[in-house]
Ligand binder design. Structure first.
Ligand SMILES: [Mn+2]
Length: 323
């Protein structure tokens, strides 16, 4: 049967462990033109303050994304039939020059946005989200739903260095890429540097939902509030794999116990359905610290869940355009 969109390699014909490792076993394409959703790697961890290794995330997530099948079992959505999706490769990076890396990543993300595709990126450390936000925000500020153990709104590290994976969302607010009143951070926990560490973020209007509050309220209640905060205006979703408990996702740079189960993570993402998303990412998968590939598998599955949400949005938008 002729398909109008890119299709993954059929696992009934070529086993999952064979062939080229691309995201979701989709074709690797050299340009995002014609795509609805562009899957991109950002193999860069130059913003990491402690345990480096997330630069190896995209390659291993590609490998383990071969476990994903064609249909979302809850929505019954077939993402590859309702949206044109492909692996656009890794965005260019520079492992020894932080500012050049940020420029290169922004340029790569801008190519995706300019082609009219929605970027779904795999980091890389969490600083990789900043140049992607520079590309997607454009004229208008966007909202943010952030699943994370850490707020990532600190000011500077090691003297006056403004760019680390602990600072991206402070920079994004200063650069007016994000509307801080439309930011919600979910799953924040762990020891902090000082009692007032989150005061700046709260003063900007960011809604921080600590893990303790999440445990008391549950998935539905928290996501109902998150959806109200971002509304129907353009919103970016960022999923730091350290939001998940290190017993289920140990391969990450800054593990914090007391995290989400992988099942809660899936439930949280499914409740993003119906929002107006301009991009999404999964960051901080660090294969050198992984055990039995469990973090890469979790990362690939989170990516699949996000891809299905984006595909459903593409389908809705296309249906509205046709009338
Ligand atoms: Mn983070």
């Amino acid at each position: 049967m002729h398909e109008k969109f890119h299709q993954p390699v059929d696992a009934a014909k070529v086993p999952r462990f064979a062939g080229h490792a691309t995201f979701m076993r989709l074709p690797a394409v050299s340009s995002p033109k014609g795509l609805d959703i562009a899957l991109a790697g950002i193999p860069w961890d130059g913003g990491t303050t402690n345990r480096a290794g997330a630069r190896h995330g995209p390659r291993e997530v590609r490998n383990h994304s071969s476990l994903m099948r064609s249909t979302h079992h809850v929505f019954k959505t077939e993402p590859f039939r309702v949206a044109n999706i492909a692996d656009v490769g890794d965005l260019a990076v520079n492992p020894i020059d932080l500012l050049d890396a940020l420029r290169l990543i922004e340029a790569g993300a801008a190519e995706i946005v300019d082609a009219g595709a929605i970027p779904l990126c795999v980091g890389g450390d969490h600083l990789t989200t900043l140049p992607v936000l520079r590309a997607v925000a454009g004229e208008k500020q966007v909202g943010l739903i952030q699943f994370d153990a850490h707020s990532d709104t600190n000011d500077t590290y090691f003297g006056n260095n403004p760019y680390t994976h602990g600072t991206p969302f402070r920079r994004a607010i200063e650069e007016k890429l994000l509307d801080p009143r439309r930011i919600v951070q979910i799953g924040i926990r762990g020891s902090i540097y000082a009692p007032d560490e989150h005061d700046w973020a709260v003063a900007q209007g960011i809604r921080i939902i600590y893990m303790e509050e999440f445990v008391g309220r549950g998935v539905e209640s928290v996501m109902e509030e998150a959806r109200q905060i971002v509304g129907q205006a353009p919103t970016y979703v960022t999923f730091d794999i350290d939001a998940i408990d290190p017993s289920m996702a140990p391969g990450t740079g800054t593990p914090e116990i007391g995290g989400f189960t992988t099942r809660e993570a899936q439930q949280l993402i499914r409740l993003l359905d119906g929002l107006n998303l301009v991009g999404a990412d999964v960051v901080e998968v660090s294969p050198p610290f992984d055990l039995a590939d469990m973090t890469s598998i979790a990362g690939a599955t989170i990516m699949f869940e996000l891809m299905c949400i984006l595909a459903r949005q593409v389908e809705r938008t296309r249906g509205a355009a046709i009338g």
